[in-house]
Design a protein around this ligand. Structure first.
Ligand code: GDP
Length: 455
C-alpha cells in the first residue's frame, strides 16, 4: 500500500439510498474539490452545500472538508454526500480519478489512519470487526476494540516491562561499577506482576471469532414430544421451509431463528433418543447423524411432552435447557397458565439425568411462554446482558499475548542479565505487535485486506 497519493472510493453502502458518501484522502483531495466546485476557498472542518459540476453534469452535494492531521486518515480529506444514485457516485469517483486520485484498496482509509498514528492496530481491527458484525455481541466487542480498550489494558503492562528492561540493561552497562539497579528478586516480582495481568486479561476475554460463529441449538426428545412444532414456532415458518439437510428423509432438520441479539440455528435431531434396530440401516444412519448433531451442538435442549407420563430419555450429554411442551394440554392450576407445568417441571427435573441449567414450559399451539423461551435461548447464546465487562480478542491478539507470557516465564528462569533482557525484549515485541508498534509488513497487509473498499 503506497502512502501519500490521493485515494478515492464510495464509502457508504453501494445501493440506492437517500445519500451516498464518496470519500477522497490525500494531498490532492482539496485541489480536486476546488476544481469540481469552482470554489476556491475551502476551509477545513467545515460542511457546505455546494454544486458539483463536471462532464456536463451538475448536482448538489454536502461537502465536508478536513485538513491533515485532523481527519479520519490523518491526511487532507473530503467527503462528498451526494444524492443516492449509484451511477452518479461512480461518475464522481471516475472524475476524481481523472483529476489525479486512484481507487482505494480495501481498508486503505483505515490503514492510512493507522500509519498516521490516528489509531492503533487493535482499534483498526475494531473498525473491520464493526463492519463485519452480524449480532449485538460482536458489535459490542468490536466497539470496545475500536475504542482502544485493549491498548488501555495492555499499556500499563508494557510500561512496567519496559521499565524493568531499562533497569536490567542499565545493570549490564554499569556492571563494572558495582551498582545494583534491581535485585534478582525485584526483577522476578515485576515480571510476575506483568504475567498475572496478562493471564487475567486472557482469562477474562472472549474469542471474537467465537462471537462470529452462529450459535447452534439441538432439540432432542422422544418422538412426538413436539420438537418440530417448536422449531416451526421459533422460526416462524412451516415445515415446508424448514430446510432438510442432505441425506435420509427423516434427517436432522434445521432452521435459522432470529433472537433479540442475533441469529441462531436450531435443529430438530429426530431419532436421537430412539435405539435403532440393527437391521434397519436407515434408522441406524439417522441415529448416528442425530448423535453427531447433538455432539456438535453448542447447546443441547431436552424437549419433554409435559402432558405425557413417560420419563425423559437419556441424552448423550447433559442438556443445557429443558423445554416442556404442550402446556395447553395441562389442567390449569389457579388460573396461572404455567403453575402446573412449573411444578411438573420441578418434579421431572429431580429425576432428569445430569446437571440441568433450567426449564421453561411452553405451548407452541397457543404461543404461551414462547417469549420466555426466546429470552432464555438468547441468554444462553449471547451471554447475560452485562454491557461489556469482557473484552473480546481475536486469535492474533491471543497468540501474541501467549508469546509474551512464554518469554516472561523464560525470563524468570534466568539470572544472567543478558538473557533476561533478551526475553523481556521478546515479551515487549510480542505485546507491541498487538497494537502494531512492531509489525511485519505482511501482517499489516493481511489485516487491512479484510476490509472492504471505502473503509
Ligand atoms: P416431534 O416428533 O417431537 O417432532 O413432535 P411434533 O412436533 O411432530 O408433535 C407431535 C404432536 O404433538 C403433533 O400432533 C403436534 O401437533 C402436537 N403438538 C406439538 N406441540 C404442541 C403443543 O404445544 N400443544 C398441543 N396441544 N399439541 C402440540
Amino acid at each position: 500500500m503506497i502512502q501519500g497519493d490521493t485515494i478515492v472510493a464510495i464509502s457508504s453502502v453501494i445501493a440506492p439510498a437517500a445519500r451516498i458518501l464518496v470519500r477522497s484522502s490525500g494531498g490532492e483531495s482539496h485541489a480536486a474539490l476546488r476544481t469540481l466546485t469552482g470554489c476556491h476557498e475551502v476551509s477545513p472542518r467545515s460542511a457546505r452545500a455546494l454544486r458539483l459540476e463536471f462532464d456536463g453534469l451538475s448536482f448538489p452535494a454536502w461537502v465536508y472538508v478536513f485538513a491533515a492531521p485532523a481527519s479520519y486518515t490523518g491526511e487532507d480529506l473530503v467527503e462528498y454526500h451526494i444524492p443516492g444514485n449509484v451511477w452518479l457516485a461512480r461518475r464522481l469517483v471516475d472524475e476524481l480519478v481523472r483529476l489525479g486520485a486512484r481507487p482505494a484498496e480495501p481498508g486503505e482509509f483505515t490503514a492510512r489512519a493507522y500509519f498516521h498514528g490516528r489509531m492503533d492496530l487493535a482499534e483498526a481491527e475494531g473498525v473491520a470487526a464493526t463492519i463485519a458484525a452480524s449480532n449485538e455481541a460482536q458489535l459490542r466487542a468490536a466497539r470496545q476494540l475500536m475504542a482502544g480498550e485493549l491498548a488501555r489494558r495492555l499499556r500499563p503492562v508494557m510500561d512496567g516491562l519496559a521499565e524493568t528492561l531499562a533497569l536490567v540493561e542499565a545493570g549490564i552497562d554499569f556492571s563494572e561499577e558495582d551498582v545494583t539497579f534491581l535485585s534478582a528478586e525485584e526483577v522476578a516480582a515485576r515480571i510476575e506482576v506483568a504475567e498475572t495481568a496478562l493471564a487475567d486479561l486472557a482469562a477474562h476475554s472472549d474469542r471474537l471469532d467465537r462471537l462470529a460463529h452462529e450459535p447452534h441449538f439441538v432439540l432432542a426428545g422422544r418422538p412426538n414430544a413436539g420438537k418440530s412444532t417448536l422449531l416451526n414456532a421459533l422460526a416462524g415458518t412451516q415445515r415446508a421451509v424448514v430446510s432438510p439437510h442432505a441425506g435420509t428423509t427423516r434427517d436432522v432438520l434445521s432452521a435459522q431463528v432470529r433472537l433479540r441479539r442475533g441469529m441462531v440455528r436450531v435443529s430438530d435431531a429426530a431419532g436421537l433418543t430412539e435405539t435403532p434396530d440393527a437391521a434397519d440401516t436407515i434408522a441406524a444412519q439417522m441415529h448416528a447423524r442425530a448423535l453427531w448433531a447433538a455432539e456438535q451442538a453448542d447447546f443441547l435442549v431436552l424437549v419433554v411432552d409435559a402432558s405425557s407420563a413417560e420419563p425423559p430419555p437419556t441424552l448423550p450429554r447433559a442438556a443445557d435447557l429443558v423445554v416442556y411442551t404442550k402446556l395447553d394440554l395441562l389442567p390449569r392450576a389457579g388460573g396461572a397458565s404455567d403453575g402446573a407445568s412449573d411444578r411438573k417441571a420441578q418434579r421431572s427435573l429431580a429425576t432428569a439425568p445430569g446437571r440441568i441449567a433450567s426449564a421453561v414450559a411452553v405451548s407452541a399451539v397457543t404461543g404461551d411462554n414462547l417469549e420466555a423461551l426466546r429470552s432464555r435461548l438468547d441468554e444462553l447464546a449471547f451471554g447475560a446482558d452485562s454491557p461489556g465487562a469482557m473484552l473480546s480478542l481475536n486469535a492474533r491478539h491471543l497468540t501474541a499475548i501467549a508469546e509474551a507470557r512464554a518469554a516472561m516465564r523464560r525470563a524468570r528462569e534466568h539470572t544472567e542479565a543478558e538473557i533476561l533482557a533478551l526475553e523481556l525484549r521478546q515479551a515487549l515485541d510480542a505485546l507491541g505487535q498487538v497494537l502494531g508498534h512492531v509489525t511485519p509488513e505482511d501482517l499489516l497487509g493481511a489485516i487491512f485486506a479484510r476490509f472492504c473498499i471505502g473503509k
